[in-house]
Design a protein around this ligand. Structure first.
Ligand SMILES: CCCCCCCC/C=C\CCCCCCCC(=O)SCCNC(=O)CCNC(=O)[C@H](O)C(C)(C)COP(=O)(O)OP(=O)(O)OC[C@H]1O[C@@H](n2cnc3c(N)ncnc32)[C@H](O)[C@@H]1OP(=O)(O)O
Length: 198
């Protein structure tokens, strides 16, 4: 993926508001399935509906460059269901600030968000910033610390900064807050790709 579009789509066109609604519904389904203990007949019925859903989309399978998911900057988490719904409110080439809410789909245990889901958020934040107005770079390492549990169903603040740039190396930091409380933070190294690196 080399480009993402910040332009809201046009109703009636691929990538219009209908697409955003579908992704939102998928997020709702992910949380509902994760949190449910349905009787077998309901599991069977929902499973069959989801097989129908997958079948409805199958004729429209496209390559990575043409897919809409992940390419939509006007949708939370770029419209990529792997990412928790993230809204970026401030952004320049040195910092990013946004809001994110984890839900039941992102549960680790005992009401806390899964540490891996938090790491996905940090990789996204640092990746977005590392690539803002610069040549492409990829994560070399991402070191995460969990300071206290990250609650579900709570709007959290997330901030990323460039710490320093040394040649191809971009060192960045990211922090996640529940109100005034730091729940997790990370330091990452992104390395600018050489010609020919995928
Ligand atoms: C995502 C692509 C960009 C798209 C941009 C589109 C626009 C924006 C749109 C949408 C935003 C999307 C946002 C997505 C974000 C997601 C990001 C990810 O998750 S990326 C996937 C996970 N990461 C990998 O799969 C990397 C796999 N690894 C590699 O490909 C290579 O290892 C690579 C390119 C990272 C580096 O490989 P080498 O061989 O070119 O470089 P070496 O020699 O290892 O290191 C370079 C320098 O770094 C130092 N270095 C290496 N490891 C170090 C370490 N642990 N600590 C300190 N320095 C280290 C070395 O000493 C060297 O330093 P010296 O240049 O000589 O000064």
């Amino acid at each position: 993926m080399d480009q993402i579009s910040a332009t809201p789509g046009v109703a009636g066109q691929p990538g219009g508001p209908e697409f955003g609604r579908m992704i939102e519904a998928l997020r709702t389904v992910q949380a509902a399935i994760t949190g449910a203990a349905p009787p077998p007949e309901v599991s069977a019925e929902v499973g069959a509906i989801l097989e129908t859903v997958a079948g409805a989309l199958e004729p429209y399978l496209v390559g990575e460059d043409e897919q809409l998911s992940g390419h939509r900057d006007d949708l939370p988490g770029r419209g990529q269901p792997l990412l928790p719904p993230l809204w970026l409110d401030e952004r320049d080439e040195t910092h990013l600030r946004g809001r994110v809410t984890f839900d039941r789909f992102h549960l680790g245990g005992n009401g806390a968000a899964h540490g891996g889901a938090i790491t996905v958020l940090f990789d996204e934040m640092l990746g977005r910033l590392a690539n803002a107005g610069r040549n492409r770079a990829r994560t070399k390492y991402l070191q995460v610390e969990y300071h206290r549990i990250t609650p579900l169903d709570t709007e959290l603040r997330v901030e990323a900064k460039i710490a320093r740039v040394e040649g191809r190396k971009r060192f960045l930091t990211c922090a996640l807050y529940d109100g005034e409380h730091l729940t997790a933070d990370a330091e990452g190294l992104f390395v600018e790709l050489l010609p020919g690196q995928p």
